[in-house]
Every structure is written in structure tokens, then in C-alpha cells.
Design a binder for this molecule. Structure first.
Ligand SMILES: CC(C)(COP(=O)(O)OP(=O)(O)OC[C@H]1O[C@@H](n2cnc3c(N)ncnc32)[C@H](O)[C@@H]1OP(=O)(O)O)[C@@H](O)C(=O)NCCC(=O)NCCS
Length: 147
């Protein structure tokens, strides 16, 4: 298993990026400035994009593993890798997600704790309603991890 830093043509991972963020125009807001990582175990399993938000603070903007490989540890491996990668440059890693049973428990398993919420983020910023596990996503839930 290996994690690679991806420098050029990040859009070739669009299928994975859209699993985590289903509107391409939203992905475009952070993809160029973000640092992208891909995890391989023989072949590609997942990706993660992290941005530097301000002094000593970074944020996971996108993380996804292919559905048939969920629950096999690749997501957590990516989180551990990016947290280690940014720990000299940053003190805190944030991640924002919908209030969903498919993502919040995963981040908590990876050592994140709830920080704050942005009310109506999904209804204000996306051009369509977003549902996950049968539930409409409305607020953005921010979690954080000290590095
Ligand atoms: C969220 C996601 C990246 C998790 O990746 P993954 O490779 O399945 O996660 P892992 O196998 O590394 O799981 C790590 C731990 O979290 C747990 N976990 C993962 N998803 C969970 C869930 N929905 N509920 C409870 N626990 C969960 C795993 O059981 C595992 O626990 P363990 O360490 O005790 O075994 C993956 O489900 C995904 O790509 N989803 C679609 C895209 C997406 O929604 N991205 C996040 C956008 S905010």
C-alpha cells in the first residue's frame, strides 16, 4: 500500500472527487489550490484533497474511496497520512461534512471532534438538494483534529 502526492491533472480523479462532493463547480473551488493525495494498493483505492486555510490551519476538502473498498481501512490510512504530512506546517486539521451517519462517525473514528456548524451551507451553496442516507444535508458540520 502506498500514498502518492498528485501534482498534475487532478481532474483525472473526478470520479472519486464526485463521490465526496457531487457538484463539479464546488470541487473546482478548491482543486487547484489543494494538495492531492492518492492511495494505491495494487491499483487506485481513494483520494484526498487538503487546503492550507490560514496560518497553521489546514482543511480536508475531499476524501473518497471506491465504494467496493469501503470499510477496508483506506480512508483512515489517507487521513493518518495527510495529518502526518501537514503536522509540521499546521496545528489543526479541519474537515467539513454534511450531518450524515455515513461520514461523521468515520471522522470521529479517525480522531476528529465536532467543532462548529455553518448553517444552511448545503442549501445556500449547491444548485440542488443533497440527500445522504435518505436525509437532506442542510448545515455543514465542522470537525477538527489537533496535529
Ligand atoms: C467516508 C469514506 C471516505 C470512509 O472511507 P473508508 O475507506 O470506508 O473508511 P475506513 O475503512 O478507513 O474506516 C475507518 C473507520 O471508520 C469506520 N467507519 C467508516 N464509515 C463508517 C460509517 N458510515 N459509520 C460508522 N463507522 C464508519 C470504519 O468502520 C473504521 O472503523 P475501525 O477503524 O474501527 O475499523 C468513504 O465511505 C467514502 O468514500 N464515502 C463516499 C465519499 C464521501 O462521502 N466522502 C466524505 C465526504 S465529507
Amino acid at each position: 500500500m502506498r500514498v502518492e502526492l498528485i501534482n498534475g491533472n487532478k481532474k483525472r480523479f473526478l470520479d472519486l472527487l464526485l463521490l465526496a462532493d457531487e457538484q463539479e463547480s464546488m470541487v473546482d473551488k478548491y482543486l487547484d489550490k489543494g494538495t492531492m493525495f492518492a492511495i494505491y494498493d495494487d491499483d487506485l483505492k481513494g483520494i484526498c484533497v487538503v487546503t492550507k486555510e490560514r496560518d497553521r490551519v489546514c482543511e480536508i476538502k475531499n476524501i473518497a474511496t471506491y465504494e467496493k473498498f469501503h470499510g477496508q481501512g483506506y480512508g483512515k490510512k489517507l487521513i493518518d497520512y495527510v495529518c502526518d504530512y501537514f503536522k509540521d506546517d499546521c496545528d489543526t486539521m479541519f474537515v467539513g461534512t454534511g450531518d450524515s451517519p455515513l461520514t461523521v462517525p468515520f471522522y470521529k473514528k479517525c480522531g476528529f471532534v465536532e467543532s462548529h456548524r455553518i448553517k444552511n451551507f448545503f442549501t445556500d451553496n449547491y444548485d440542488h438538494l443533497i440527500f445522504e442516507a435518505g436525509k437532506q444535508l442542510v448545515d455543514m458540520v465542522y470537525l477538527k483534529k489537533e496535529l
